[in-house]
Write a protein that binds this ligand. Structure first.
Ligand code: B12
Ligand code: SF4
Length: 485
């Protein structure tokens, strides 16, 4: 019997170049009974796939929300050929009734424990319409990464914890994975990492360091064990800003191979951090807290990608883009993840915007393709959709190629060469996104970029990389740039 697992392409692809192994499907592959052949089709790597030629007894689809409409089209094509389709992942878990209209079985929740039952039901001709996996399991099986061998991913992926105790209003993690922060056994994680041949790894945890003392202790133990095992990895992950509360976590993380962290900073004003319910210290202290902690993390040789949201009700829409860009300068942020507030299914933001009748695009499922986080889908009293897009394009100035080169060398000289490389990969993907498949490809901004940012170390700018303070004073303003659409 043959199982084909599909990661559908995001049609308004956020990433021109896909770098990361979709770990969920390796867990499903591992949970599949022996005797089955398992093959992965990752459209993010393949582009167009001819589903008339796909040979399978059963197909498993995964999808983020923006991928869902395309996933449904794939299901229709396969089912027309008599191939049964199961869909799981975050979107199907949040909206199982919608998914049920397009597939034979919907899988809600985490897959490992209940997938073998689904396969057994399928083998006996009793496939049910819905399966529910638990989201409180603490034991995790090892993913079967052999399915990734056919694609040239830049990062292997692994996971050391699940769940998040916070409940930020825009995020679906707590609704999906639960509030319980579930931590894997340290030795098990280290031995799994040791079995990964690739040097570069993304730990796809929602929040590697968590918020409790217990979570921090586990993190310290994990880093010590990773360092002692001399894994020789360069890894990146997501943490929360409290990762930089003292030197200890970042110092040990670096010794364990950490080269970059992604942090949701979200906004530069404390009112907005309160509205979206970030952690208490961020709500209270905001930017000064961010600056202190980012400096502490970067001092240890770890680069930081900061994620921001525009379109929060309490933000000043006249200044927010300038404020965020000024923060990227002041903090010397190595990489950037700008987003527009988007009510994703299952989140508190979705419930609120919907109750206030402010969601503009509700022709579902097709309109889910607009929920890229780079396109305004809600109504605001203070700013029009076009205005919000202009602000967003303004933020994209961060990715101007000459700035990517300048930033690469600044991170190289002041943080670490490894941090520079990994932040560059992130920024490069985003630059290509501005240029190619993205929703902003028709903006005059795109014309100001070269056709593609090559995947090579950028040439050192003629102006030598300056020490941080001097750069801050002499760097050209982000506000200079091509005129906005
Ligand atoms: C790592 C990560 C990334 C990484 C890598 C993603 C990748 N390679 O797939 C990067 C940084 C690239 C990324 C980018 C984005 N991400 Co992201 N990301 C995550 C994160 C933290 C973990 C995902 C993961 O790999 N988990 C580990 C695996 C094992 O868990 P899992 O995916 O849940 O899979 C289990 C179950 O869902 C189920 N399952 C999954 N698929 C299937 C299929 C079948 C057939 C079955 C039976 C079961 C099943 O079984 C699996 C094993 O238990 C999640 C948060 C989360 N908890 O999901 C956000 C999350 C998925 N991301 C999210 C978003 C919004 C984005 C971006 C759009 C953000 C942005 N603009 O920057 C982009 C879009 C990327 C794209 N595809 O175009 C949202 C998606 C919400 C939604 N409704 O779509 C999430 C949920 C976070 C949030 N804020 O709510 N992301
Ligand atoms: S945004 Fe981060 S801290 Fe907030 S709930 Fe989601 S995973 Fe947790």
């Amino acid at each position: 019997m043959k199982l084909v697992l599909v990661n559908p392409r995001n049609p308004v692809s956020l990433y021109g170049d896909y770098l990361w192994q979709p770990l969920a499907l390796a867990y499903i592959a591992a949970a599949t009974p022996s005797g089955w052949d398992v093959e992965l089709i990752d459209e993010q790597c393949e582009g167009q796939v001819d589903y008339e030629r796909v040979d399978a007894d059963l197909v498993g689809l995964t999808a983020f929300t923006t991928q869902a409409p395309h996933a449904y089209r794939i299901a229709q094509r396969l089912r027309a050929r008599g191939i049964p389709v199961v869909m799981g992942g975050i979107h199907a878990s949040m909206l199982p009734d919608e998914a049920a209209r397009y597939v034979d079985a919907v899988f809600v929740g985490e897959g490992e424990t209940v997938w073998p039952q689904l396969v057994a039901d399928f083998e006996s001709g009793n496939l049910r319409a819905r399966y529910i996996g638990p989201t409180n399991a603490t034991d995790m099986i090892r993913p079967d990464r052999s399915i990734f061998a056919k694609y040239p991913y830049a990062y292997a992926s692994a996971q050391t914890s699940r769940g998040c105790p916070m409940d930020c209003s825009f995020c679906s993690v707590t609704a999906f994975n639960g509030r319980l922060f579930r931590m894997r056994d340290v030795d098990d994680v280290v031995s799994e990492l040791a079995s990964i041949p690739e040097r570069d790894v993304i730990l796809v945890d929602d929040d590697l360091n968590g918020f409790s003392r217990k979570a921090k202790e586990r993190c310290l133990a994990l880093f010590r064990a990773m360092a002692a095992a001399r894994l020789d990895k360069q890894w990146i992950t997501q943490v929360t800003i409290n990762f930089g509360d003292d030197d200890e976590l970042p110092r040990l993380a670096r010794a364990a191979g950490c080269v970059g962290v992604f942090i949701g900073l979200e906004s530069t004003d404390t009112k907005s951090l309160t509205l979206i319910r970030k952690d208490g210290t961020s709500q209270r202290r905001g930017v000064p807290y961010y600056l202190e902690n980012l400096a502490r993390i970067r001092r240890q040789g770890i680069g930081v990608v900061g994620s921001f949201i525009i379109g929060i009700d309490t933000q000043d829409m006249n200044t927010i883009a300038d404020d965020i860009l000024a923060f990227t300068d002041d903090s010397e942020l190595d990489g950037f993840n700008p987003t527009i507030l988007t009510p994703l299914p299952g989140t508190r933001d979705y419930a609120r915007f919907d109750a206030e009748h402010r969601i503009l695009f509700k022709n579902y499922p097709d309109d889910w393709e607009r929920y890229t986080l780079a396109f305004p889908v809600t109504h605001h009293d203070k700013i029009s959709g076009a205005g919000l897009m202009r602000r967003y394009v303004q933020l994209l100035q961060f990715f101007r190629p000459e700035r990517i080169a300048e930033r690469y060398w600044r991170t190289h000289d002041t943080v670490s060469p490894e941090a520079a490389w990994h932040a560059f990969l992130w920024n490069r993907v985003w630059s290509n996104y501005c240029l190619r498949g993205g929703v902003y490809r028709h903006s005059p901004l795109a014309a100001a970029y070269p056709a593609e940012v090559p995947c090579d170390v950028p040439a050192r700018p003629v102006r030598p990389s300056l020490p941080p303070n001097t750069i801050a004073m002499s760097r050209p303003s982000h506000r200079e740039g091509p005129s906005l659409p």
